[in-house]
Design a protein around this ligand. Sequence first.
Ligand code: ZN
Length: 235
Amino acid sequence: MNIELTVPHEEAHKAGRGGWLRAAVLGANDGLVSISSIMVGVAAAGATASGVATAGVAAISAGALAMAVGEFVSVSSQADIEEADRQLEIKHLNDQPEAELEELTQYLQARGLTRHTAERAAIEMTAHDALEAHLREELGRHEHNDAKPLQAAMASAASFILGGVVPFLALSTPENIRVKMMFLVTFIGLGAAGTFSGVASGMNPVKPTIRVILGGLLAMAATYGVGALFHTQVA
Ligand SMILES: [Zn+2]
């Protein structure tokens, strides 16, 4: 049973978005950095535009699937842990209701209620929904921050693809500036992803965005160097 709050509640809290937002931003950054790195590396090794495109498409497919599987596995084990906690709490509430009532009372006292008020509150919360009260007070659990494996997997795969197509925007530019343009569109893409994540999570995006841009360009430069080295070795 949900009771609508009747007090004014203006602040828009962002914590409930944590799961998919984290997965989506990670996915977009990964897509941008890994696909553009692969494409500049292949270009530096002397591949034609269609060779670069082929490498990019293969890498996007592989990367998006790997992201989805990885995210699904990791969030699933988080969900398994949450479910195990829940089952344990159900068992405790069945086996030792008195001890659980006392436990809840003490959690409420720790939050600043007097013993007397905490006892009354614990009794009323237990009557209302004992399991929910225990999960919330003991484990800090709330329905809107439960782990959702499928949602996280789809968010990270979709955002990986979204990030990964960005370097393709530079593909049709003349060969002599193609690599520079890939660096440029990746730079812009990373800046956009960082700004979006900052705005959506309500935090100042400047520092994390600079970090991800520097890291991304470094990865591209390194792959470019490897590709160029390979080119001179085999050519
Ligand atoms: Zn408990």
